[in-house]
Each structure stands twice: as C-alpha cells, then as structure tokens.
Write a protein that binds this ligand. Structure first.
Ligand code: 26Y
Length: 820
C-alpha cells in the first residue's frame, strides 16, 4: 500500500526511503556509491523539508482565509539548534526515518551529527526566542519570527593553551537545506542623507527622508513545525543585499570598482552577529543591522495586512509585535515613520496605532547592558528617526510634566535622551513609551525592574508592567536530548507530557518507589558515559562516569561567578591534600561557555579554569577524586549532550543579577539538582520543586543591596576567613600558573579590592552548601528521589506555559487549527 504514497509527502518508511534516494540524485546530485554522509544528510533534510512545506503552505493559506491575528516576534537573535532531529520529532517520523536511513546502510544519528547549527545568537535570549517559536507552533498560534540571517553566527570557540581563541563560524558553507530564499520578498531601507519638508495636496506639511544610500533586505524562510499538530509557522530572516538602483550611477560613470565596493559594503551588513558584553561605542554597523531587520519586518507586516484588504486602522487588530529586548526598539520610530511619511497618517492616529502594536520584554538589570546610541551616530545614520524620537519625547515629557509638575528631576530621568554627558538615545525608554506592555522574565526580575532600572516608568504606568517567567521547550531539552529518560517518563507518567509538561507531575507518586531507582540511575549513568566519551574525544581528559558531574555551562561573565565555582574547587583540592582520608564523593567539575572576545576578565576566567584543571587533573594525590574539564564551544548541540549528564547544576550568580536563567530549567528537567542563589528563576524553581530538593546558599538581593549601601569591604571577608584566604593565596602565589604571580593578579586584585559580584561575601555559604551536596549525593536513594521530584515538578517551566500566558495576557491570540 505504501508504495503508492506520494514521494514528497508520504510518511511511511517506503516513501521516506524513495524520497531520500530521489533527493540524493536530483537535488544533491550524487550517486549512492560516491555519496558522503554530508550528501545523505542534505538529501534527508530536503526529504523532511518537502513534508514541512506542505504543512507550511496549508498553514499560511488557513491563517489568511481566517484573517487570524498574528504575533510577530522581533529578535536580533535566534538559536534554534540543529533542525533535523527536531523536525522529525515534530512530524512524528523519527522511527520511520531511522528505518529508511538503515535501508541505505546508514545510521540516522550519524546524519543528525552532520548538521551545522545556526548560531544566530549569543545565549539565553536567542535560545528563548527559538523555544517560543516552537511553542507557538505547537499551540497552533499564528506567529512569525523575524530576525537577521547572519552569514557568520556566534564565533566558534577553540582553546589554545587554556585561552579562548575565536574562530569564525561559517555555518552556511555547505549550504542550508532548511531555508528558502524568497527573492520576491524584499524591501529597501534608507541610510543617512537628510530630511526635507514639503506641502502635500491638502496643504499639510509633510516630511520626506532623502537617504544617502539604500540597501535591500531579502527574506529567507525556515519552517517551524509544531509538535504533533499540522501547523507550521515561519521564521523569516533578512539578508542584506545591494540595490541595483544605487549601483547604477557609478557604474554608468565608469566606476565599476566603486559599484562593486558598495555592493560588498551593503552585503556586509548582515555578515556577522555581534557578541554581547562588548563595549558599544561606535558600532554603527550594529545600529544598521537592527534597523535593517526591523524595517523589512514592519514593511512586510504592512504589506501582508494591506493585501488582506483592510484599512491601516485595523493593523493593531491583526498584528501584535513583541520586542525581544531593546535590540529591535527602533521599530517604534520606524512604524511611526512608515505611517506618517509613507502612508500619510496624522501624528495622533499614528502614535495611537503604534502604542497599541508593541509590547516589550526586558532581559537585563545590569545598567551597563542597557542599550544607548549616541545622538551623533543616530543623526548620521537615521536622521528621520531621530526627528521622530525627539518629537515623541516632547509629547511624552509634556505628559510627564502635566502629571508631575515641579519634578524636573523626574522628567530628566524619564527622557528618551540621556543628557548627563554626551547625548544618547535610551532605547529602553523608547521601548517603554512605545509599548502597551512591559514585562520581565522572572518574578524577581520583574519586581526589581519596577523597583530599579524602570522605576520611574512603573510609577507612571504600573498597569503596563507584568511578569512572564521564562520557559524551555520540553521537546528540545527533553525528548531530543534525553530519549531514554523520556521513554521512562512516558512509561511511568504517560506520553502526554511532551505536549503538556504539567503532566510530569504524574511521576510524583512514583518518586517513592525504590524499585525504579536503579533504572533512573542507569539512564543518568549512560548519559554520563556518553559525555565522558565526548570529553575524552574533545579534550583528552578521562573522567569517571561514576563521579558526581557538577556542571556549570553558560556564557562566561563575572556576575555568573564561574570563578566562585573555581574557588570551591581550589578549597576542596587543598582540603584533600591536607587530609587524604577526607570522606568526599569524587567529583567531575565541568565547565562550558564563551566569553565575549573583548571581555578580558571573562577570558582570564577561562584560563583560570584550565590552569586549575591542569594542576588538579595531574596530581596523583587527588586522582580519582577530582577532575576539572572545560568543554569547548558550548552551543545547542553540545548542550543537548551536557544537560542529561548532570548530577548537579550550578546556578550561582549574585542575587539580583541574572534576569532569569533558562539553563537552570534544562538541567532540572534532566534530573539534575540545583545549587543556587535566590536569583532569577531559581527562586521559582525552588518553590516548585520544594526547598528540601534544592541547595540554596548566598545573600538575597535585598541583602546584597543593603551590604552595598553600608559599604561592602571584600578584604574583610578575606582577612576573617582562613579557608578563603588560603584559596586566594594559592591562586595569587602562582600555584596554578607555574609560579607566575602576575597571570591571575587582575582577578585576585579585583576580588580583594572591589568584588562587584560579592564572591567573597557568598564564599563560606557556598562552601557549606557544597558540603551538604556532598553528603546528599552519597545517599544514593535519597538523591534519586530528589532528582525524580525535580523532574516531576518542573512542568511549569515549559515554554508552552509561558507562551499561553503571553497569548492570554499580552497578545490576545487564539489557536487556529490546521487540517491536512
Ligand atoms: C547589545 C547586544 C550585543 C546584546 C546581545 C545579546 C546584548 C545582550 C544579549 C543577550 C542577552 C541575554 O541573553 N540575556 C539573557 O536572557 C535570558 C532569556 O530571558 C535570561 O534567562 C538571562 O538571565 C539573560 O541574561
């Protein structure tokens, strides 16, 4: 029967097998006899894409017919991870595909390994965007993810003598079989130039922006299928190209070289992703990148809306636009410009429409991470937008003065322009003023936002503030990463949990059944063995899968305090040296994460981890008791190997610094226990899993504030605590740097003199807590029960739950079922 199934849409083993060979020959252009794994990977990817296209076109058609309300997620970053496995899972054809691949004599897992992942983001924020797209499709909500098609994503990390070396990430080198280039969906954007005033035919003064140059953004589409449903949404990424109109002048003037140069310059715009934690100054290209994708996306939305035959006034009924941090905040000014200058709207109605369109998510509390652009740069690059922003500011500050007369200080603080020194546009303020909703990403973060960085806005518009605690995709970080655990969960709690993570709770009654503990532990051990093999392969370091895997993976940043973890390692190392009989569970400390290329201290922390590892791993006195490894090039693919192998999840940022964190959720879903501070989403995770199943230490954010106010002196901690003193002295004395006392001096000095992130204040509490971890780990049954309870109670942190909250409370979005 399956012989008659269509080759491009059929889901049987037969149809998949036929399609694979067909695509290998007709699309990849290879005979089976000479085809490489990469060729087969591509043929399989095209096979899957055919099946997606079918769903995707049906989805577009239905959304159009039903005039569905759509959310547009504007994000400068997406970290979707490798697509093949994910799409097979969504389509429910993992097993059939495995079989079809076997028929050509290959293993599906090997083909999955071939895929280069799109590293179009830095970390949490980009991965969050990808999880939300997954959930939106799964929950059958019409959504478009808009962003940039960087030719080079986040750099690949190599380690050379313990130092990070950045290597460019050419993820498109072998082509990207998942995307469709849409040459007919392209928009022009202007840059530079000047503005002119003129009278329209009603005699009204209008503005015309005469840009100095124009650039085109061309759409590249990727299908985002929902899990177990027919809906397939769209990720639309813009690539910069040169405009012909622009090249003509110089070309005709005989300046062929100049025309080519400008073409290359235009295409440079979407060339590379910027790392975060870099100094912002003079990043004109980043401003242009943001503007490119924002303008193309808004023009695209207006095109889609007007094609539906409704008037512009109905736009906010059809579209809602979520700003993923301030990176796309220029959208507020750009929509105003399009409405005023292109569509001839009046200011008041344009502003009203704009404010009903946007909602803004904040992801940070670090004041230095709040985006601002120098007024001069803005004026040079986007002169019309600056005019609009200044006008928005005038109306806005008038309103403020009306409500709070005699408070000029408040007006100054709220202004869209920072005038305390050289003048800057404050993008967070633009986002707040232009949005009907402002949200933080964890309960504590939202509370702190309202109390600190956005306090004045909260005074002004408390009703706009709301919290949406982050979540993660149970498909990506459950099913795909940890199939064995998931099979067990499905057996015990029923298979429904992947689409409804609250059902993980059905595991709870089983957490007391000792007879299943061995299997739970066996699955964990198998993931640890697999990680151990990977670590040996990548680093040459041999680790013991029976030891406790104590893991910290995330971007390297002082506020995340990887060096606090290292201080614990040093303290433990020296304790074992002093007392070789010390009764402590063997531990493998695993680190992973990238440092921004210009962030010296973060790079020194990577070197520190390697240096301590070198000494510890070589010392026969602690052999079989301590190991330290750094897994290079942490990304989504590597993450999928790491989370399932963890016993202990390190979430140790200084309270009040980590907006939410999402790795904390990924670890817990995979049965790791958390050692953490009351920061970000840790607070809520602890509430959910129960305080007795969470290792808490450290100051609270209120205590942090109080300590800072009363004048925190890290040197006092050093002087008063002999254990801490010894750890720091060993470091300062060069024990880990072949006697070189200079190497880690910047780090030591900073800790002793400033310690912005209060490692020394939290040190003893952390060490004590690690002792509790050690004792708990040695009681295997009790540890297993806690691990099971963590999984059973982590359902709330599914991105499905968050997306439903966004849909209900911000987007007003209903499900739209797609029928085959
Ligand atoms: C300015 C620009 C280069 C830039 C680019 C990326 C600035 C920041 C970022 C990325 C920020 C980020 O990933 N923030 C994280 O967002 C997560 C999702 O909400 C949070 O869980 C996490 O606490 C926060 O640090």
């Amino acid at each position: 029967l399956t012989e008659h199934e269509p080759t491009r849409t059929g889901l049987s083993v037969d149809a998949l097998h036929r399609a694979l060979l067909d695509n290998l020959f007709y699309v990849v252009g290879r005979f089976p006899a000479v085809a490489t794994r990469q060729d087969y990977y591509r043929a399989l990817a095209f096979t899957v894409r055919d099946r997606l296209l079918h769903r995707w076109l049906r989805t577009v058609q239905t959304y159009k017919e039903e005039r569905s309300r759509t959310v547009c997620y504007l994000s400068a970053e997406y970290l979707p991870g490798p697509q093949l496995g994910h799409n097979l899972l969504a389509l429910g054809i993992f097993d059939n595909t495995r079989e079809a691949v076997r028929r050509v004599g290959l293993e599906l897992d090997d083909l999955i390994e071939e895929e280069a992942e799109p590293g179009l983001g830095n970390g949490g924020l980009g991965r969050l965007a990808a999880c939300y797209l997954d959930s939106l499709a799964t929950l059958q909500r019409p959504a478009i993810g808009y962003g940039l098609r960087y030719e080079f994503g986040i750099f690949r990390q190599r380690i050379d003598n313990g130092w990070q070396v950045e290597v460019s990430d050419s993820w498109l080198r072998d082509g990207n079989p998942w995307e469709l280039r849409r040459p007919h969906i392209a928009f022009e954007i202007g840059l530079g130039g000047h503005t002119e005033r003129y009278l329209d035919h009603h005699g009204h003064t209008r503005v015309r922006w005469v840009p100095g140059e124009t650039i085109r953004g061309v759409a590249h589409d990727t299908a985002i299928p929902g899990y177990g449903v027919f809906n397939s949404n769209l990720l639309r990424l813009w690539a910069a190209e040169a405009t012909e109109s622009f090249d003509f002048g110089s070309f005709n003037a005989g300046d062929y070289q100049g025309a080519v140069r400008r073409k290359i310059r235009s295409e440079t715009i979407s060339r590379v992703l910027y790392p975060n934690d870099e100094p912002e100054t003079g990043k004109r290209l980043r401003l242009i990148q943001g503007y490119l994708f924002v303008s193309c996306s808004l023009q695209d939305m207006l095109r889609i809306h007007l094609a539906g035959g409704e008037g512009l006034d109905r736009f906010p009924q059809r579209f809602v636009v979520q700003l993923n941090d301030t990176h796309p905040a220029i959208a507020v000014a750009e929509l105003m410009r399009l409405l005023l200058d292109k569509h001839g709207m009046e200011w008041e109605s344009a502003w009203d429409l704009t404010r009903r369109t946007f909602a803004y998510t904040n992801h940070t509390l670090l004041p230095e991470a709040l985006e601002k652009w120098s007024l001069t740069l803005f004026e040079e690059t986007l002169p019309r937008h600056l005019e609009i922003i200044l006008e928005i500011n005038q109306y806005f500050l008038d309103e403020v003065r009306m409500r709070f007369p005699h408070d000029e200080a408040l007006t100054t603080r709220l202004s869209l322009i920072d005038e305390t020194g050289p003048r800057y546009v404050r993008m967070a303020h633009l986002a707040c003023v232009g949005s009907f909703s402002i949200n933080g990403v964890a309960r504590l973060h939202t509370a702190l936002l309202a109390d600190t960085v956005l306090r004045d806005f909260h005074t002004l518009w408390p009703e706009r503030f709301n919290n949406k605690t982050n979540g993660i995709s149970p498909r990506r970080f459950g099913n795909l990463s940890n199939p064995d655990l998931c099979a067990l969960l499905s057996r015990v709690a029923g298979p429904g949990w992947a689409a409804d993570a609250e059902r993980l709770r059905l595991l709870e009654p089983h957490a007391h059944r000792r007879e299943i503990y061995p299997e739970w532990r066996r699955i964990k051990l198998e993931r640890k063995r697999a990680l151990a093999r990977y670590v040996a392969d990548q680093t040459g370091i041999v680790v013991d899968p029976e030891s406790m895997f104590d893991i910290q993976v995330k971007r390297i940043h002082e506020y995340k305090r990887q060096h606090l973890n290292v201080l614990h390692i040093i303290a433990l190392y020296s304790r074992i040296k002093m007392d070789p009989t010390l009764d402590a569970a063997p531990r493998t400390f695993v680190f992973g994460g990238k440092a921004a290329p210009g962030y010296k201290m973060a790079k020194l922390i990577i070197k520190l981890i390697h240096s301590v590892g070198e000494v510890v791993n070589r010392d026969p006195a602690v052999r079989d008791r301590l190991r330290v490894v750094f897994v290079p090039d942490f990304n989504v693919k590597v993450a999928q190997r790491i989370y399932p192998a963890a016993d202990l999840s390190e979430q140790i940022s200084l309270a009040g610094m980590e907006a939410s964190g999402t790795g904390n959720m990924k670890f817990a879903l995979n049965g790791a226990l958390t050692i953490g501070t009351l920061d970000g989403a840790n607070v809520e995770i602890r509430e959910e899993v129960g305080a007795e199943n969470f290792f808490l230490f450290g100051l609270t954010s209120a205590e942090v504030q109080a300590r800072k106010r009363s004048g925190y002196c890290p040197y006092d901690c050093y002087r008063e605590n002999p254990v801490l003193r010894e750890a720091i002295d060993l470091l300062a004395d060069g024990l880990f740097s072949h006697g070189d006392r200079a190497l880690f001096r910047p780090l030591v000095d900073h800790l002793l003199q400033q310690d912005d992130y209060m490692l020394l204040a939290d040190f003893q509490s952390y060490i004590d807590c690690q002792d509790r971890v050690d004792r708990a780990f040695r009681d295997a049954d009790s540890w297993t029960r806690m691990s099971m309870l963590n999984v059973a109670r982590i359902g709330r942190f599914s991105s499905d739950r968050v997306v439903q909250e966004y849909c209900r409370e911000i987007w007003r979005l209903e499900p739209v079922t797609i029928r085959p």
